[in-house]
Design a protein around this ligand. Structure first.
Ligand SMILES: Nc1nc2c(c(=O)[nH]1)N[C@@H](CN(C=O)c1ccc(C(=O)N[C@@H](CCC(=O)O)C(=O)O)cc1)CN2
Length: 280
């Protein structure tokens, strides 16, 4: 193995310890950061993530409330809950765990969350703020990835950065954050021609396409920083990323594992956003 493995758990633990001190300092000023987490339905993975969010809040001394709604909840009921939480003074951050059941309009729910409490940074107002580089919150996964790249000590300025995937939650904001750090950014997607050649140009390669082991070692530049956002199951039911770890680790300079890479950073950045919202 050639690549240095970026330990997302260790980076997350170090940031959480700093956040714990910052939460304690804010509490001394009489403010307890509060997060409300809404989950609709019984998706097992979503239940685990929500439970981990509650645990993470407790770990750093934040207050949290969970609203577990049945799968048949109506759009009106969900919007009424969001409105109630928008007006609740001890709640500084609100998030609705995604995906929502199919009959619910995700976009309308996100837009109903007050931009000031939108700790996922999914609201159009916060997305627009990221575009112009004047933001309070960053979406948790891309923000966590920026911390992981920072942990390598590599300066993004002037680097060829390739983002594979163009989702609103990861690909698009990721490209913007790399651009803000003076990277030369390319976004690839399902219609990209010569994907292999484009990926091989990347000094920093971020992959978020949801296809197990799609990016192989021959698609990676020697010494590149490779960030794997994928969360898939392989043929044996084991967690795996969008990057083929074994072949990538022979070529990349730095590589995130799955699990233990980007995932642990996502909830850590949620805590950071909740603290920011409370401090305002
Ligand atoms: N409202 C939101 N919904 C969803 C988000 C989000 O940021 N906001 N992201 C994902 C799920 N997610 C957080 O909600 C999330 C996914 C994965 C992890 C994580 O720590 N993964 C671990 C492995 C976990 C395991 O063993 O089960 C890892 O990669 O090491 C955290 C959060 C979709 N929905």
């Amino acid at each position: 193995m050639k690549a240095t493995i970026i330990d997302g758990k260790a980076v997350a633990a170090s940031l959480r310890s700093q956040l714990k001190d910052q939460v304690a300092a804010l509490k001394e000023q009489g403010v307890v950061p509060g997060l409300a987490v809404i989950i609709v339905g019984d998706d097992p993975a979503s239940k685990v993530y929500v439970s981990n969010k509650e645990k993470a809040c407790a770990e750093v001394g934040m207050y949290s409330e969970k609203y577990a709604l049945p799968a048949q909840t109506t759009q009106e009921e969900l919007l009424a809950l969001v409105e109630k939480l928008n007006n609740k003074p001890n709640i500084h951050g609100i998030l609705c765990q995604l995906p929502l059941p199919k009959h619910l309009d995700e976009k309308a729910v996100i837009e109903a969350i007050s931009p000031k409490k939108d700790v996922d940074a999914f609201h159009a107002q916060n997305v627009g703020r990221i575009m112009i580089g004047d933001y309070k919150f960053l979406p948790c996964t891309p923000a966590g990835i920026m911390e992981l790249i920072k942990a390598t000590g590599i300066d993004i300025t002037g680097k060829e950065c390739v983002v594979v995937g163009r989702s609103n939650i990861v690909g698009k904001p990721m490209a913007m954050l790399l651009l803000h750090q003076n990277g030369t950014v390319t976004i690839c997607h399902s219609r990209t021609k010569q994907l292999k050649e484009v990926c091989r140009r990347a000094d920093i390669l971020v992959v978020a396409i949801g296809k197990a082991k799609f990016i192989t070692g021959d698609m990676i530049k020697n010494g590149a920083v490779v960030i794997d956002v994928g969360m898939n199951r392989d043929e044996n039911g084991k967690f795996c990323g969008d990057v083929d770890f074994d072949s990538a680790s022979e070529v990349a300079g730095y590589l995130t594992p799955v699990p233990g890479g980007v995932g642990p950073m996502t909830i850590t950045m949620l805590l950071k956003n909740t603290l920011t919202a409370a401090a305002k």
